[in-house]
Design a protein around this ligand. Structure first.
Ligand SMILES: [Zn+2]
Length: 241
């Protein structure tokens, strides 16, 4: 009876190890996804800055074209000014020229400001790109580390699974079937009974059942939680031969 119990205890030890490994490895995909998100956000931030630069560049080109057009217009008007016969027409055109020149000056001032803004925006992109490159390097090495840990855990699980099939071959088939049924719902599926109390559900097992367990040093089923139970003494005391 005792050997059966021991074999099952060994199997459960492997199962608990696998479960804790899986639980620990569970965080890796989540952490990886988080890092991917962070990297993506940094990339979008740069993209936004680049778009801003492109936007300002377009504004600048438009403004420069407008200035050129206005200057051409003024030149033509100035040429026409000499041909004006009436004073009224002359002064009307002179006033138009004056207005156009002022508008041109305003646009030239705007262009200076826009150039400054563009310079600053380009600097901002450069700074963000440098920052991103550093962050990317950091994140990439962290990701590689996580992937390494993940594959290490997978390897450990695989090793344990090999050990598991080896160990389970030594477990009594009837007991193994019962264990597998319980294991799907509860792990640990097999628990000790200490001073009459099931360590799985903390309920007292009937005294007669507890006595039987202590005498047989075998297993039974907890009436409260259905786990496989054994008297803790069965695994604690040294084996008598
Ligand atoms: Zn129980």
């Amino acid at each position: 009876m005792r050997e059966k119990l021991k074999a099952l205890a060994e199997l459960q030890k492997v199962d608990l190890e696998v479960a804790s490994l899986r639980k620990a490895a569970d965080v890796h995909p989540r952490q990886l996804a988080e890092l991917e998100r962070e990297l993506g956000a940094a990339r979008s931030a740069i993209e936004a800055e680049r778009n801003r630069v492109a936007d300002i560049e377009r504004q600048k080109t438009t403004l420069e074209q407008n200035i050129t057009d206005e200057k051409d217009k003024v030149k033509k008007w100035e040429a026409r000014l000499a041909e004006q016969r009436s004073t009224r027409e002359y002064s009307a055109l002179a006033r138009e020229i004056d207005i156009a020149k002022k508008a041109n000056q305003t646009m030239a001032d705007e262009l200076v400001e826009l150039s400054k803004t563009l310079g600053a925006a380009r600097e901002a992109v450069k700074a963000k790109e440098t920052e991103f490159a550093a962050r990317q390097e950091q994140l990439s090495s962290r990701m590689a580390e996580l992937r390494g840990k993940q594959s290490q855990a997978e390897g450990q699980v695989k090793t344990l699974e090999g050990k598991r099939s080896e160990v389970s071959a030594r477990v009594d088939p009837t007991l193994l079937r019962r264990y597998e049924t319980v294991r799907k719902k509860k792990l640990p599926a097999m628990v000790g009974v200490v001073n009459g109390t099931c360590q799985g559900c903390n309920m007292n097992v009937p005294p007669q059942l507890y006595n039987n367990l202590r005498v047989s040093l075998g297993t039974d089923v907890c009436p409260s939680c259905n786990r496989i139970i054994y008297a803790i003494e069965a695994l604690e005391t040294p084996a008598e031969k």
